[in-house]
Design a protein around this ligand. Structure first.
Ligand code: ZN
Length: 266
């Protein structure tokens, strides 16, 4: 298989045209003609992931987050990102990013998150595209049965990979919960949409004090704030399955390296 073959599968699942205009998705480094046998999937293009790719002998790393979101004028090995580019090119490891185009895909990042925290049955986008009701940001669905916020939070923490500070809950722990909205990554911008969606709880990441406090005070759904990395990690397995089931003969591996920025909670 060539890198071109693998990219074709990824772009059918995660069309780059659906990425946000500010985003930087697609091939970051690598020769489209190079052979690809082993694909490592990870959330972040950081040194620890490059090390893992080297140790395992990966030909391609597929990450959720872009390496250079805002562009650069240098890839000198004088910065962590420049050094990463050197490591990748010297070792013939390609790097490919599917970011906001993977967020809005179906199945996408939030579908995997929804399943990881226990949602069953149909999922619909929290903020669908005007031209496509089955694709868009976030997902809304239901749990298998009514439970309490406290119990759902405990299950969500168990369903997500472990991070240093786990998850945080805002709301009455005894509150009944059935209908849930989730959004992988920073979900601040979807707070209003979640409030209007008639859900009992909204689970996302990177929530800040003031928006969260005002949201809960105004009687909106309860909030669960998880580690950014943990909310996007479940998608890696979904992307790996798409590659394996596509017929491109590659070996896949999901990186278990925790690359969340927060490494210790006290
Ligand atoms: Zn993210």
């Amino acid at each position: 298989m060539t890198l071109t073959d693998v990219i074709e599968v990824l772009e059918a699942a995660y069309p780059p045209a659906r990425a946000e205009s500010w985003d930087a998705v697609g091939l970051v480094s690598g020769d489209p003609a190079q052979q690809v046998r082993k694909v490592l999937l990870a959330v972040d293009p950081v040194a620890a992931v490059a090390e893992e790719a080297l140790d395992w002998g990966a030909d391609l790393i597929v990450t959720h987050h872009p390496l250079y979101l805002r562009g650069t004028t240098s890839v000198a090995a004088t910065t962590p990102k420049g050094r990463l580019v050197h490591t990748l090119i010297k070792n013939d490891i390609a790097l490919y990013t599917a970011h906001t185009n993977a967020d809005v895909a179906n199945p996408g990042v939030s579908d995997a998150l929804a399943r990881a925290v226990g949602l069953v049955g149909d999922l619909v986008p929290l903020q669908p595209f005007p031209d496509d009701p089955w694709r868009g940001l976030g997902r809304v669905g239901e749990l298998a049965g009514k439970t309490t916020l406290g119990e759902f939070a405990r299950r969500a923490a168990e369903g997500l990979p472990r991070t240093s500070w786990g998850i945080r809950v805002a709301g009455d722990l005894a509150r009944p919960v059935l209908r849930v909205a989730v959004s992988g990554g920073a979900g601040d911008s979807l707070l209003g949409t979640a409030a209007a969606a008639g859900v009992d709880v909204f689970l996302t990441a990177d929530l800040r004090h003031h928006p969260a406090s005002e949201f809960v005070e105004s009687g909106g759904p309860a909030l669960i704030d998880a580690a950014h990395w943990a909310t996007e990690w479940p998608w890696l397995d979904s992307a790996a399955s798409i590659l394996r089931e596509s017929g491109v003969t590659v070996e896949t591996r999901v990186s278990a390296t925790v690359t969340d920025a927060w490494t210790r909670g006290y």
